[in-house]
Unconditional design. Structure first.
Length: 554
């Protein structure tokens, strides 16, 4: 290994970049393979604060990220499907799960790195199933994490006896606040607190970071990790921001208190383990255990305090008025005009997503103000759809191959389908919620849970459709059409389960039977409307047969 400072920093930076990317590879693999199941499991595990915290820890271990758990929580809280108390419990559990991941990845599991890499590559290359390919991705990511840690150890060896490196590290050991701030900024910049903690622990185990500096930097990574979700949710509903800001205060403030205690008192840190790296990781885990145990009994009062300090209505708000993306000056430049039309469709999709988030809570507690807000949003969608069709009709000119005019028809059809989907929310679903409230009916526990789960699946597919509009990614388009088939099967299964409850004579199911079945059909129709976004793209690429997806290339 070269001893030149340039080569050292390049080697360390390259190994750290591989570590960050490998952690992301594992997380995205889990999200793509099991994201829907994780969301359902996470949302269902809110019967108690302890169950919510356990679910958050489990989800963070699987996805290698407390930030991913916080983002999932934000979606549930903003949609009104879980409370702020449950949301804070989930996030606190996710922080502990993330700490346990760092400890596990630094263990003797690294010995199986070659096996993980071999199995991952074989599964990824030889499997046709999307889920199996993502499992292969996860195994490859784990192998790369262990490989990157070995590279960091090898790259840092030349500096162990370096006088300059020793001086710099001794400075950080004396100025633990600076080390804390540097680590917090690094964890936030790389958006991966697990990777940051592993990097600091590895450097400490190599003797480059003194224990006091390693402790400060691991604690700083806790603050930086909590700040990632803070910035990602700045524009979210106030109910979400309360939870995320509380987590920043509890985790970041707790880290500062522990840093002060380490600097002030002679704490028995030798009890944490044999080496500086092991001690830093154990401190990281114990800190998050302590935060969870101390704060979990008080999440209720803390949430109520946050509501007083951050007042604001928790009822869903109407989507903000946005400037139209349709530029009449570009109608004689077809390609640019169609790009404007796509941006307008994306805006329509976001409005419909807001409507869909708002409607499901109406079945638990009907609120006329929310219903009126949904009606106003639907009127906006109607106006946008009409303006878009008029705009498309006014586009002049054609491409060299004569295909551009057909694009007007495709985009107009997408707008019409999206408007029909919005109608399923504003008219059908809201009317069903109003009827349920007026007749003082309630879904059975099982039926209500099934409908909420189905709503969550359709919501994710609506977001998926918007992503396909923006990216025109063929792979994502294929997944969207595949989801359409899955939703059809799920809807059929839900109807079968409902009929089974009717046969058992369950009173709640009998009274709400018509509402239950009609809501399933409405959500299924909305899902179909957004799935149709993918068809023109797949047809253009020759990946759509007359009645189904073409088989993928092997």
């Amino acid at each position: 290994m070269e001893t030149s400072p340039i080569f050292f920093f390049l080697n360390i930076a390259g190994a750290a970049a591989l570590l960050i990317w490998a952690v992301r590879l594992v997380r995205t693999g889990f999200e793509r393979a099991f994201g829907a199941k994780l969301r359902l499991w996470l949302r269902r595990s809110t019967q108690s604060r302890l169950a919510a915290a356990s679910a958050g820890a489990g989800a963070a271990i699987l996805m290698q990220s407390s930030t991913a758990v916080a983002v999932l929580m934000a979606g549930f809280v903003s949609a009104g499907t879980i409370s702020g108390v449950a949301g804070l419990s989930i996030v606190l559990g996710g922080d502990l799960g993330s700490a346990l991941v760092a400890l596990l990845l630094n263990s003797s599991l690294a010995a199986v790195q070659p096996v993980l890499m071999l199995l991952g590559v074989l599964i990824f290359l030889r499997s046709k199933s999307r889920e199996l390919r993502q499992i292969g991705r996860i195994l490859i990511g784990l192998a790369l994490i262990f490989m990157s840690l070995d590279l960091i150890r090898a790259a840092s060896n030349p500096l162990i006896d370096s006088e300059g490196a020793r001086t710099a590290m001794l400075y950080l050991a004396d100025d633990t606040l600076t080390a804390f701030i540097i680590a917090a900024l690094f964890a936030w910049l790389v958006h991966a607190s697990v990777a940051a903690v592993l990097l600091f622990a590895t450097l400490a185990s190599q003797g480059l970071l003194p224990p006091s500096a390693a402790f400060a930097m691991v604690l700083g990574a806790n603050l930086g990790g909590s700040m990632i979700a803070f910035f990602l949710t700045l524009n979210s509903d106030v109910t979400v921001r309360r939870v995320v800001w509380l987590n920043v205060i509890l985790r970041g403030g707790g880290a500062l208190i522990v840093l002060w205690a380490l600097a002030t008192f002679a704490l028995p840190t030798d009890l944490l383990g044999g080496g500086a790296g092991t001690q830093a990781l154990h401190l990281h885990v114990l800190f998050n255990v302590a935060v969870l145990l101390v704060c979990l009994p008080f999440v209720g009062p803390l949430t109520r305090l946050a509501e007083r300090l951050m007042p604001g209505h928790s009822a869903p708000r109407s989507a903000e008025t946005a400037v139209s993306a349709l530029d009449p000056a570009l109608q004689n430049q077809p390609r640019r005009a169609y790009a404007c039309a796509v941006r307008e469709l994306v805006q329509m999709g976001h409005v419909i997503e807001v409507m869909l988030r708002q409607v499901m809570p109406l079945f638990d507690r009907y609120d006329e103000a929310t219903a009126q807000a949904i009606a106003e949003e639907y009127k906006r969608v109607e106006r946008m759809s009409l303006d878009l069709r008029i705009y498309l009709a006014g586009i002049r000119g054609r491409g060299d191959d004569g295909t551009l005019p057909s694009r007007s028809f495709e985009l107009s059809t997408i707008a019409t389908n999206m408007e029909a989907g919005a109608d399923m929310i504003a008219r059908k679903s809201v009317d069903l919620a109003r009827r349920k409230s007026l007749e003082n009916l309630r879904f059975s526990d099982e039926g209500g849970r099934e409908l909420t789960d189905f709503h969550d699946i359709v919501l994710r597919n609506v977001q998926h459709g918007i992503t396909v509009l923006m990216s025109e990614d063929t792979g994502l388009a294929r997944e969207l059409v595949e989801q359409k088939e899955k939703v059809r099967d799920i809807a059929r299964d839900l109807q079968s389960r409902h009929l089974s409850r009717l046969q058992r004579g369950m009173a709640d199911s009998i009274e709400t039977s018509a509402i239950h079945l009609e809501l399933i059909r409405a959500l299924k129709s909305l899902n179909t409307a957004f799935a149709m976004i993918a068809y023109p793209l797949l047809h253009e690429r020759g990946e759509l047969l007359e009645s189904r997806l073409a088989a993928p290339e092997t």
